[in-house]
Design a protein around this ligand. Structure first.
Ligand code: AMP
Length: 226
């Protein structure tokens, strides 16, 4: 839908860990042909590959703190240079600091672009600890599951691709989630005000069903990027 636009959409999903940014970004990929760009995924790939950036990021991520802007921006710029980004992007987990938001504005401005919209997924913190602690994903296709809220039809087998490898993130435990929530409120939540000031903010109540949130997001994306 956005593939041929001169200025591809740049959508930002804001929200604490567990708000559903990754799940919803994957759905926006399916529904609108946009590309999900998750700095968390890029960092986990760097850790797994043992790159210099990955080595520097690993302990910070395991502690639930934010990786330095320098590392994150280098990884993001690299990814933004790939050709598929021309389809339009959903930024999931980026920007997370005022410095990253300013750097994103500058990066886009250099190409005559700007942020299309920032969508804040609004949730209760306490519920997030339970949501994040029980989650896991298919190692093959990335489909997300949860011990309580979304089990596969057959235990251990992915509904989507039939894969049998499931994985849990090292930082998805109650203690680290609380640190990640603190980092969110201290460093990322101020970006809600930043984008509100630019007239780019949309808020969604993200305590409801995955399908309901998907529908609300679709309406927003149709309004700004279709
Ligand atoms: P996420 O997958 O978005 O929950 O990110 C997992 C972890 O990766 C975070 O807790 C941070 O340690 C790190 N991380 C991901 N994105 C960023 C970012 N934009 N800035 C700083 N750290 C990040």
């Amino acid at each position: 839908m956005t593939g041929s636009m001169a200025h591809p959409a740049v959508l930002i999903l804001l929200g604490p860990p567990g708000a559903g940014k990754g799940t919803q970004a994957r759905m926006l990929e399916e529904d609108f042909g946009l590309v999900q760009l998750s700095t968390g995924d890029l960092l986990r790939a760097a850790v797994a590959a043992g790159t210099d950036a990955g080595k520097r990021a690993k302990a910070v991520m395991e502690a639930g703190q934010l990786v330095s802007d320098e590392i994150v921006l280098a990884i993001l710029k690299d990814r933004m240079a790939a050709p598929d980004v021309a389809k339009g992007v959903i930024l999931d987990g980026f920007p997370r600091t005022a410095g990253q938001a300013a750097a994103l504005d500058a990066l886009l401005a250099a190409n005559g672009q700007r942020v299309t919209a920032a969508i804040s997924l609004e949730v209760d913190d306490e519920a997030m600890v339970g949501r994040v602690s029980g989650r896991y994903t298919c190692a093959g296709c990335g489909e997300g599951y949860h011990d309580e809220f979304k089990r596969p039809a057959k235990a251990g087998v992915c509904d989507k691709c039939g894969g049998e490898g499931m994985k849990r993130r090292a930082d998805d435990n109650a203690e680290t989630v609380r640190e990640r929530l603190k980092a969110y409120h201290a460093q990322t939540a101020p970006l809600i005000t930043y984008y509100e000031g630019k007239g780019l903010l949309q808020r969604i109540d993200a305590m409801g069903s995955i399908a309901g949130i998907r529908a609300a997001l679709s309406d927003i994306v149709k309004g700004v990027a279709a």
